[in-house]
Design a protein around this ligand. Structure first.
Ligand code: GCB
Length: 591
């Protein structure tokens, strides 16, 4: 009997200690209870809440008891959503805000429960029923904590302190050109799973092979080897795998598949089952490779007709988060003639990736390693690496993602190079099937020659390069006399170019901020870029205007970066049509 107790005790211990490699994958395929909606909030600029123990949700015991806060009487904010655009006085606010939401729950035997956050910008401390569940850093990736033991039957309260204060050692660091939207910016839910469940899986074509699926499955809670069945009914695949004692199994399965492409974004229903758990996903299969200057999708050369995007909501202000936002934004990219989008400068919400999968839009995904960050600081590196890992963990089964980007416009230097090499090594280990890139800078060898020779290029599959000829760098006509020298025999993507125009502001093409100036800039840029032999794609800056505190010019910018081809209200500027025609011509030329 004593022996049995010991075994049971050890089993519980092992289960509790099974580490979550990353957050639970594909919560859309699970039983979830949404915690979206109105949450009570307390704005806490001096961070008094920790000392005052807001997370305890105290109520005065009697009329003489002193409690200086009351969530119940405090105002509310909608979740998901940034706080900046929900209350005028919070537009520029940076600091902690405490969120509280109550919910009813009935525990069920044999069920484990996780609290899942799509994202919280930037740092989150999570408490359930007065006890701390955990902390997370990084504003654009999901995280979860197991709540099984702290949940109560009946009413529960979940309290989250979200803090968007910028720090020099964070990722991104103090300076960046977008709005520092704070809050619970993506969905929050409870995820219910059996005691042993399929936590994560990688189901993709083996690198460069069109008829072999390869990957792995990771169970959570398993204490001994166990069977997992992987099924893709439409492709007549059904394989039984046996995990090792840590719940891990790898596989190689021959497959005859209808491949995912931009014209035919085929997704298969994939089911993974183990014991009492079954999870369904919709997965596309395609290969992506480089060969000299070429990018090959399913073995065929492609040109990436792209545009850059921020995760900025169409029509209303603030962060985008919903499936409808994704449909509108990516619908606009499609209208422009794109087969490719660059999700700048951080991982966008999962609805965007799912929509890209459905529409057949290829995606460049990046992490906010932006401008200067503390290259020498090991914690900053760990933080960047963790954001990269969480992003790959979430999206590794999405056919649309073809490129992981590790950095944007990072100034040359030894420490920066080894930092970024570290990220690239990690990404290749986690996901050997996709291409690695970064948006780099270039420089002038002489007044007429732009050179791309960033030493990082050696470690990348595809060279990304931002340039602002005609805006920060001379006038648009300057593009006519420039030559490009690229020191790598690799495909090149011009990952940014552009200029600001206020929609409806008209004048001569020589007048800054007019649609005519922006349009003229596009005409000269496109003529220049067409002449670069290794160019295999472009993502001009940017699909829509977006908020930025760096852009104060009254009546023109009013705290918006106006480089959008479309205004934040959905109005298309002249340059939209110029790029659309350029992309149409490329399609006619068979690109
Ligand atoms: C850049 C940055 C981007 C800015 C853009 C601009 O080089 O990568 O984040 O928003 O320029 O408009 O200046």
């Amino acid at each position: 009997m004593r022996h049995l107790f010991l075994v049971l005790f050890l089993a519980t211990l092992t289960r509790a200690q099974t580490p979550l490699a990353g957050p639970i994958n594909n919560t859309a395929g699970r039983t979830t209870i949404s915690l979206n909606g109105a949450w009570h909030i307390i704005v806490d600029p001096l961070e008094s809440g920790l000392d005052a123990k807001y997370y305890r949700n105290h109520k005065p015991k009697d009329q003489s008891d002193l409690v200086e806060y009351d969530f119940e009487l405090s105002e509310t904010l909608n979740v998901p959503g940034d706080w900046n655009t929900q209350r005028e006085q919070l537009l520029f606010y940076e600091g902690p805000v405490w969120y509280r939401r109550t919910f009813n729950y009935q525990k069920r035997p044999g069920t484990r429960v996780f609290v899942y956050f799509g994202a919280a910008n930037y740092q989150a401390r999570v408490f359930l029923n007065g006890e701390k569940l955990g902390e997370h850093e990084g504003g654009f990736t999901p995280f979860n904590f197991e709540a099984t033991n702290l949940l109560k039957d009946g009413e529960n309260f979940l309290i989250v302190e979200v803090n968007n204060l910028r720090r020099i050692d964070t990722v991104p660091t103090l300076k960046f050109d977008w709005w520092n939207y704070g809050g619970l910016t993506r969905d929050v839910s409870l995820v219910e799973v059996p005691l042993v469940f399929v936590q994560d899986y990688f189901v993709q074509l083996a690198r460069g092979k069109q008829s072999e699926i390869a990957g792995w499955v990771q169970l959570n809670g398993a204490t001994a080897s166990q069977q997992v069945v992987i099924e893709i009914p439409e492709a007549h695949i059904r394989e039984t795998l046996t995990t090792d004692a840590s719940g891990h199994a790898t596989f190689h399965i021959p497959a005859k598949l209808d491949l995912w492409s931009t014209e035919h974004p085929k997704l298969y229903d994939v089911a993974l089952s183990s014991g009492g758990d079954t999870i369904h996903d919709q997965i596309g299969f395609r290969t992506i490779e480089v060969q000299g200057h070429k990018i090959l999708l399913n073995g065929k050369p492609i040109f990436l007709r792209g545009v850059s995007m921020h995760e900025e909501a169409p029509f209303r202000d603030g962060r985008a988060f919903s499936p409808e936002d994704a449909q509108t934004l990516l619908g606009w990219a499609r209208d422009l003639g794109c087969n490719f989008v660059r999700f700048a400068h951080y991982p966008h919400n999962e609805n965007m990736i799912r929509e890209a999968d459905r529409l057949g839009l290829m995606v460049w995904s990046e992490i906010p390693v932006y401008w200067t960050i503390l290259w020498d600081n090991p914690e900053t590196f760990e933080n960047a690496r963790n954001q990269l890992r969480e992003s790959i963990a979430r999206d590794k089964n999405k056919a649309s993602i073809i490129l992981w980007s590790v950095a944007n416009e990072t100034p040359l230097g030894e420490a920066r190079l080894s930092f970024l090499k570290g990220l690239i090594d990690d990404a290749r280990k986690m996901d050997p099937t996709r291409l690695l890139t970064a948006a780099n800078e270039r420089h002038y060898a002489d007044p007429n020659t732009q050179v791309i020779d960033d030493p990082l290029g050696e470690y990348l599959d595809v060279i990304g390069c931002n340039e602002y000829v005609g805006w920060y760098d001379g006038l648009p006509e300057k593009a006519d006399r420039l030559q490009w020298k690229i020191n790598y025999n690799k495909p090149l993507i011009i990952s940014e170019f552009g200029g600001d125009a206020l929609f409806g502001n008209h004048g001569d093409k020589g007048v800054r901020w007019t649609e005519e100036y922006q349009n003229n800039l596009y005409e000269h840029q496109l003529a220049m870029l067409k002449k670069i032999p290794s160019l295999r794609g472009m993502t001009p800056w940017i699909l829509t205007d977006f908020r930025s505190p760096r852009r104060p010019l009254p009546r023109i910018q009013d705290f918006y970066n106006r480089k959008g081809l479309i205004s934040s209200r959905g109005e298309r500027k002249q340059a939209f049509y110029t790029l659309q025609n350029f992309y149409r011509d490329l399609v006619k030329e068979g690109k």
